[in-house]
Design a protein around this ligand. Structure first.
Ligand SMILES: Cc1cc2nc3c(=O)[nH]c(=O)nc-3n(C[C@H](O)[C@H](O)[C@H](O)COP(=O)(O)OP(=O)(O)OC[C@H]3O[C@@H](n4cnc5c(N)ncnc54)[C@H](O)[C@@H]3O)c2cc1C
Length: 435
């Protein structure tokens, strides 16, 4: 009945005053009009033809980000990529840090007062993505340890003196940093670490060991997670910045590993290492919460690197599938292979959207732990799946070292373990629902 409908939603015309729109709505209307006009223009041709080769920029990035991307990519391809093979054997030289520092790439999102570029979080994302062009996962990881694992806690929790002493030189590439969480008996279970720091007057005495420490052999300092009060539960942890030349810091063996050969991975021992109380980073007793915060940035940048690595190996494999022939045609023209590319591209795009949306939240002041965890889990998984399929598409060549595809798989495989395993990510996500 018209009367009943009118009773719920009284039918009346808005006056011209009531429908006046704000500037944002005006802009939206203009954009809709522009899109309609372009569709009309296209419709005059015989068919609407999508342009799959068009470069599409994600909305989180500006022209400045794209210029930065271009300049990092040019540098990486010209100065880093040619050494990828050699550095697999030798690990990369420390001078790479100095060069990156000289170009300003180690402090893109760090404050200008410490020598950084003062950029937003997306600039860090751009660096992580473009480092994939080095074809050298170990180098990309070592740089990320410096910029997105060791520096952020110093910046967030450090005293002015600590920032001047460590952050500025690390941004210049003159000092190399590492981060020590994992121990021989405690990795996923961070609260289970045993490294002890005991107060002795104006000093602390540190004893314990750390393992799998990236940059551990070359580092000038380590951001170290210790236990200061074993009876205080999560409130018994304290972070320190420990100079690696302190007596009692022992760089034990250089660990051999499946991939990431260009990076150095150390086992470290701390035997009665004395540091002044001023070496405490942040609030004594709050180290557990501080390192959990650090892990969020580490996981998000790792996710961005994993997606970029997957895109790299996809692009290289696509080029291969277009030129490699079998049964009289390029292998990419077989439906079975074409569908592999379709599956991979869809996964990469999904992961990328997760990373970018989560980065937007991060940049805009949210603390999106669940989303970061999802992005890290998903990106790591699909990156390994993509690299595996790329080996398959290359056939025997994919298994051979000279093509570098098997190396991408070996390097990317770490993403499902480092910074928190898949299983731990699932735990974090599951528990976030109150389970
Ligand atoms: C190349 C490389 C570089 C690294 N760099 C650094 C670094 O610079 N600094 C640093 O501190 N660490 C570093 N790590 C350590 C890395 O973060 C740890 O390896 C990772 O967190 C896993 O810990 P773990 O190796 O002790 O495995 P464990 O904790 O022993 O786990 C073994 C298995 O048990 C599973 N598991 C554990 N707990 C649970 C649970 N609650 N539920 C279900 N399954 C579970 C794990 O998922 C895994 O499958 C690096 C590791 C590698 C390999």
């Amino acid at each position: 009945m018209p009367g009943e409908v009118a009773g719920i939603m009284p039918e009346r015309r808005a006056t011209s005053d009531e429908v006046r729109l704000g500037p944002a709505a005006d802009a939206r209307c203009a954009s809709v009009r522009a899109r309609c006009a372009s569709v009309r223009a296209m419709a005059t041709s015989d068919l609407l033809k999508p342009d799959f080769t068009a470069q599409r920029r994600h909305f989180i990035f500006s022209d400045e980000h794209e210029q930065l991307r271009e300049s990092i990519r040019r540098f990486v391809i010209k100065e880093l990529q040619p050494h990828a093979e050699e550095w697999e054997e030798t690990t990369f030289p420390d001078s790479v840090f100095e060069r990156l520092g000289e170009l300003g790439f180690l402090g893109l999102d760090k404050p200008e007062e410490y020598g950084g570029q003062g950029g937003d979080y997306y600039t860090a994302l751009v660096l992580a993505e473009e480092m994939a062009h080095a074809h050298c996962g170990g180098l990309a990881m070592a740089v990320a340890v410096q910029t997105d694992m060791a520096m952020p806690p110093i910046l967030a929790f450090g005293t002015e003196e600590q920032k001047r002493e460590w952050l500025g030189p690390a941004i210049r590439g003159a000092r190399i940093l590492s981060l020590g969480i994992t121990e021989p008996d405690a990795g996923s279970d961070v609260a289970g670490i045993k490294t002890r720091a005991v107060r002795d007057g104006d000093e602390y005495v540190i004893n314990g060991s750390k393992t799998y420490i990236t940059n551990g052999h070359r580092a000038h300092a380590i951001v170290l997670v210790t236990k200061t009060d074993p009876d205080a539960g999560y409130d018994g942890f304290t972070l320190f910045i420990v100079p690696m030349d302190r007596p009692g810091v022992i760089r034990e063996k250089r660990l051999k590993k499946l991939g990431m050969h260009a990076s150095d991975t150390a086992q470290l021992a701390f035997q009665d290492v004395r540091v002044p109380a001023s070496a405490v980073l942040g609030t004594p007793g709050k180290g557990f919460y501080q390192i959990m915060w650090e892990l969020q940035g580490e996981r998000l940048i790792g996710a961005a690197g994993a997606v970029a690595g997957a895109q790299q190996v996809f692009d290289r494999t696509l080029a291969y599938a277009k030129q490699r022939t079998a049964f009289g045609r390029p292998i990419g023209r077989f439906q079975a292979i074409r569908h592999k590319f379709a599956e991979m591209a869809t996964k990469i795009e999904t992961a990328r959207q997760m990373v970018y949306t989560t980065a937007w939240r991060f940049q805009n002041g949210e603390y999106p732990v669940r989303e970061i965890t999802m992005a890290k889990l998903y990106s790591a998984r699909i990156a390994v799946e993509v690299a595996d399929e790329c080996i398959q598409i290359h056939g025997g060549a994919g298994y051979m070292s000279e093509y570098g595809i098997e190396r991408v798989w070996r390097d990317l495989r770490l993403n499902r373990i480092g910074a928190g395993t898949d299983e731990v990510m699932l735990e974090v996500i599951g528990r976030s629902y109150g389970l």
